[in-house]
Design a protein around this ligand. Structure first.
Ligand code: PLP
Length: 394
């Protein structure tokens, strides 16, 4: 049962003990009843392991949590109502007033806001360093750094963080290294095996894979996940049991989807790199990627996310995105359908133009979440949309 697809389909799941149901039952209930009063006491303290109240724990969600823990090589996992619920709860479970958080600069928008804007208001100081610069991380880590937070590959420029290197730096001050593994999924890379302490996910994306459910997760050692669960009880970002069922169903095809995402993205990246109206392509699987060697070391597959810069103006790039017919112009990623965004006008408008330039987000950068359509159809679609763009000044 060791391989990716078998684990995605079966993993830790068992036939339902009561009925033999092949799929996880949906325990769509808020609360659980008891026959004896002393059973309640034992359940509330956690002594018996019985379920009490769904904000704390739910049997369907538990089945999902074991399944993702298995895929990430984690002892335990906690699920949440969104990726941001998972990220904020995992970070807040590990910091208090007077602590320091060190993070890489290229982060998902709201994760950036949490670390850059929200934490300092609670007395937690934060430092952001360039994503591909381990030396800066080494320089800025402090004795009171409790969390090193990072994301790899990054959104939307597909830079990589050396997880092994970051783990060593975090360990040197006994901080927890938290890695957002949304872009790779556990099929593409397993940060815990590379030394991370906690992996977080927007399960809204690849894990679910069908743009139909919001969910998030944190996975890691038992004591770390216990602490995060206690914080989840307080903050309340628990996953609904029906949504848990949808994520379980999504994960069943995770490995086969990721293979297709990898292959199609590689084909589209190669096509774009050879096109005269494209200035550059960011995809870790391309030999031209500055960290291609690191990608080969720490990733099993390079995933379905890529971005590229068009020659021309911001208007040309907008015109290109409007001209696509198979791909859809829209936020989100990691699903079966191909989605494109222009970060400068859509997802990264909160950054100043200077900050955007600094992180490599030019006006004509286009991020593509490559779906599982046929590569030939996607290439044809991008080709016809590129044909509609005039060749602007390089
Ligand atoms: C989407 C996303 C998130 C946030 O997930 P939500 O489910 O939208 O809250 C966090 N990190 C990354 C890398 C994402 O792509």
């Amino acid at each position: 049962m060791a391989r990716d697809s078998t684990r995605s389909v079966h993993g830790t799941e068992e036939l339902d003990k009561l009925t033999g149901s092949v799929l996880a039952p949906i325990y769509q209930t808020v609360t659980f009843g008891f026959k004896k009063a002393d059973e309640v006491a034992k359940a509330v303290t956690g002594e018996s392991g019985d379920f009490v109240y769904t904000r704390w724990d739910n049997p369907t969600t538990r089945i999902l949590e074991k399944k993702l823990a298995d895929l990430e090589g984690a002892a335990d996992c906690a699920f949440f109502s969104s990726g941001m619920a998972a990220i904020s709860t995992a970070v807040l479970a590990n910091v208090k007033k007077g602590d320091h958080v060190l993070a890489t600069r290229d982060l998902y928008g709201e994760a950036y806001r949490l670390i850059h804007d929200v934490l300092p208001g609670f007395g937690v100081s934060t430092t952001l360093v360039d994503t591909d610069d381990l030396r800066a991380m080494e320089q800025h880590v402090r004795k009171n750094t409790r969390v090193v937070y990072t994301e790899t590959p990054t959104n939307p420029t597909l830079k990589l963080v050396d997880i092994r290197g970051a783990a060593k730096i975090a360990r040197s001050v006994k901080a927890k290294l938290i890695v957002d593994n949304t872009f790779s999924s556990p099929i593409g890379q397993q940060p815990l095996k590379l030394g991370a302490d906690i992996v977080v996910h927007a399960a809204t994306k690849y894990l679910s894979g069908h743009s139909d459910v919001m969910a998030g997760a944190a996975a890691g050692r038992k004591e770390d996940i216990d602490r995060i669960r206690r914080m989840r009880k307080v903050l309340g970002g628990t996953l609904d049991p029906h949504a848990a069922f949808l994520v379980i169903r999504g994960i069943k095809t995770l490995a086969i989807r990721m293979q297709k995402h990898n292959d199609t993205a590689a084909a589209l990246a190669a096509f774009l790199e050879s096109h005269s109206k494209v200035k550059r392509v960011n995809y870790p699987g391309l030999e031209s990627h500055p960290q291609h060697a690191l990608a080969k070391r720490q990733m099993k597959g390079c995933g379905g996310m890529l971005s590229f810069e068009l020659k021309g103006s911001i208007k040309d790039a907008m015109h290109f995105t409007e001209s696509l017919k198979v791909a859809t112009l829209g936020a989100s990623l990691g699903a079966v359908e191909t989605l494109v965004v222009q970060p400068a006008t859509m997802t990264h408008t909160q950054l100043t133009p200077g900050d955007r330039r600094r992180t490599g987000i030019s006006d004509t950068l286009i991020r593509v979440s490559v779906g599982i359509e046929d590569a030939e159809d996607l290439i044809d679609d991008f080709e016809q949309a590129l044909a509609k763009v005039r060749v602007g000044p390089a």
